[in-house]
Design a binder for this molecule. Structure first.
Ligand code: CIR
Length: 258
């Protein structure tokens, strides 16, 4: 298995005007479209600055959440897997990612049963963890586990704490042996053998950070998390995430990477 955050390529999708109507669990205000677009632009610029070749797909106004391409597929050097997102309004997004994947991934597998959102799938150095959630059910997780084995990856199924949208809303990989996690995931059995670092109090949303090669992308509001990462010797890029957070998203959600 390759290092789980060693990337040369990414796919993103331009936010559509309809993105301001993206799904959010707890109500709250719409994002501001120009500010949301600026957050997306900064994200793309950062990925490019870190050396990734980024393919930008056109906006899909019929699908408000389509900028969150992470949820519709998984991408690995060995191939791609088309998922079955768990929100009814997002199922149709999958049909619009296939061509972009075909251009890079000759080997493409597809789920046929149940539901999985890519936000519930965490790549570790030695395996892939699939979190059960309101979006990812056991039938989907079990089918995905077999597809991952076909690509050469072992998979384990975990639980996502209640009230956490996606497994990766609550945790991410800082380095091959270290997870940053919200307290509710501190005792996740799938993290046995790894160091689990807790998000600082009040910075639970920082848990959805994104390691890209030797740099960690992290929300710019989470200054205690910045300090924690700096003390551990990590290079960070703080990025604005206020608008995407209004529609329950974080940094990993906006790209597919391999
Ligand atoms: C949704 O509820 O589906 C979107 N508003 C947010 C998706 C965030 N994606 C992710 O965490 N991977």
């Amino acid at each position: 298995m390759t290092t789980p955050y060693r990337f040369t390529h990414a796919i993103v999708r331009t936010p559509a005007p309809s993105a301001i109507h993206g799904i959010r669990a707890d109500g709250g205000p719409d994002p501001d479209l120009p500010a949301l677009a600026a957050e997306h632009d900064a994200y793309v610029a950062t990925l490019r600055d870190l050396g990734l070749a980024v393919t930008i797909l056109p906006a899909l106004d019929a699908f408000p959440d389509a900028l969150f391409v992470e949820d519709v597929a998984l991408t690995f050097p060995e191939g791609a897997i088309l998922l079955r997102p768990g929100a009814a309004t997002r199922a149709g997004e999958v049909a619009f990612i296939g061509d972009a994947l075909a251009a890079h991934h000759p080997r493409r597998l597809s789920m046929t049963a149940g539901h999985v959102d890519g936000g519930d799938v965490l790549r570790l150095a030695d395996r892939v963890v699939i979190g059960l959630s309101a979006r990812t059910d056991r039938a989907g997780a079990e089918e995905l586990a077999t597809l991952l084995v076909d690509l050469g990856y072992s998979a384990e199924i975990a639980d996502t704490p209640p009230g956490v949208l996606h497994f990766k809303t609550g945790c991410s990989l800082i380095d091959a042996g270290t997870i940053l996690a919200v307290p509710a995931l501190a005792d996740c059995p799938q993290f046995a053998g790894l160091e689990v670092v807790m998000t600082p109090p009040g910075e639970e949303e920082a848990a959805n950070l994104l390691r890209v090669n030797d740099t960690i992308l992290v929300g710019d509001r989470w200054t205690a998390t910045h300090a924690l990462l700096a003390v551990r010797g990590h290079a960070i890029r703080p990025l604005p995430t206020t608008q995407i957070a209004r529609i329950d998203a974080g940094l990993s959600c906006m790209s597919l990477r391999w």
